[in-house]
Design a protein around this ligand. Structure first.
Ligand SMILES: Cc1cc2nc3c(=O)[nH]c(=O)nc-3n(C[C@H](O)[C@H](O)[C@H](O)COP(=O)(O)O)c2cc1C
Length: 356
């Protein structure tokens, strides 16, 4: 047993409505194994339940509506069949002693037509096509679609989709939902200075660019019945999916606006090459802070010990080590994830990583 230098990971966490037996969080990860109808894979219950010793599991990004899909084989949470499949997953995780939040991911402009089940044009804060290409099963790599700008009077309906998805997630037995406001998807598009070129109340300065995220979270909290069932993930200044955002005022303004909502947690993915946003936001945020990206057991325990974070999200390590908590606890060697099976259908690289 090698507990000593990583012991902080194993102290229980109570706050924001969360009660976690340890501070190890499975980061949300798209695995592209859902059915063509956006129903999560039948293997997903086994995949998540076998990782249930984590303090908290956060699911793969899940679209709140047909219009929110942009990638091949991602699941949704907006039809009865999807809700029923998520219930099986939540029940399996709970039976294994775990807790699970579902991540709501609306991709906005990060979409290819072939990956969508609806013919309408992807929406974004502004009509700016994302650079780069995305995989489609039908035609291989494709350019991102040209999005259209959301009209001011269409925004409430998009927010209502998040609220309806939250209601279905909670009704399906999930312990909570996380708004994916990172990685260049729709909420991050609103937050960023380059992709959001709106001149109405949802654009311009920081108070305008944060408005979509704040209103969406307010609607999700109302739908969930409590802020304690709603979290948010951000990745400030992440240069991914065409995001450029160097306005240092954006995220402090966002955090200040979110403090009154009583959220379960703020999840910060370390992504900025220039600014330590965990350190910047920590003194401003009154709730539980989960930090993620590139952490080891040691550096995670250190971040908790120093007061930088309350819990640590682990991504790639959780793909390859279903028993990551036990391996950390016992100082066992870690397996490495195989990137070639991150997004491929089936059990290979999904449910076949052995326990130590
Ligand atoms: C295969 C894969 C899929 C991912 N999909 C998502 C996703 O759906 N939503 C999300 O917020 N982050 C996603 N991420 C990012 C992870 O949540 C995490 O922030 C990132 O992997 C950095 O943490 P790590 O260094 O511990 O892997 C994904 C990462 C990987 C490797």
């Amino acid at each position: 047993m090698r507990m000593s230098n990583v012991a902080e990971l194993f102290t229980p966490l109570s706050g924001g409505g969360l009660k976690l037996p340890n501070r190890i969080v499975m980061a949300p990860m798209t695995r592209s194994r859902a059915t063509p109808d956006g129903v999560p894979s039948p293997l997903a219950a086994e995949y998540y339940a076998s990782r249930a010793s984590a303090g908290l599991l956060i699911t793969e990004g899940t679209q709140p509506s047909f219009g929110g899909q942009g990638y091949a084989r991602t699941p949704g949470i907006h039809t009865p069949e999807q809700g029923a499949a998520w219930r099986v997953i939540a029940d399996a995780v709970h039976a294994a002693g775990g807790r699970i939040f579902l991540q709501l991911m609306h991709v906005g402009r990060i979409a290819a037509a072939a990956n969508r089940q609806v013919p309408d044009t992807p929406v974004a804060p502004s009509a700016l096509r994302a650079p780069g290409q995305v995989w489609t099963d039908q035609a291989g790599l494709q350019d991102y679609a040209e999005p259209r700008s959301l009209a001011l009077d269409e925004i409430p309906a998009v927010i209502a989709e998040y609220a309806a998805a939250t209601r279905l997630a909670i009704a399906s037995g999930l312990d909570g939902v996380e708004l994916h406001a990172a990685s260049g998807y729709l909420p991050h598009q609103f937050l960023s200075t380059n992709v959001n070129q709106r001149t109405d109340a949802y654009g311009g300065d920081a108070p305008g660019r944060i408005r979509f995220v704040v209103e969406t979270l307010e609607a999700m909290v109302a739908a969930a019945g409590s802020g304690a069932r709603v979290g948010i993930k951000i990745s400030p200044e992440m240069a991914f999916n065409g995001i450029e955002d160097q306005d240092l005022a954006t995220y402090p303004a966002l955090v200040n606006a979110l403090n009154p909502l009583g959220l379960a947690y703020l999840h910060v993915m370390r992504a900025s090459p220039t600014t330590d946003y965990v350190a910047l936001l920590r003194p401003l945020w009154k709730g539980v802070l989960i930090a993620g990206a590139g952490f080891t057991a040691e550096s995670g325990a250190q971040a908790i010990a120093s007061g930088q974070a309350d819990a640590i999200a682990y991504g790639k390590l959780y793909i390859a080590n279903p028993d990551l908590k036990e391996r950390f606890e016992q100082g066992l060697p870690l397996s490495e994830a195989d990137g070639s099976t991150f997004y491929t259908p089936g059990a290979k690289g999904y449910t076949d990583y052995p326990r130590a």
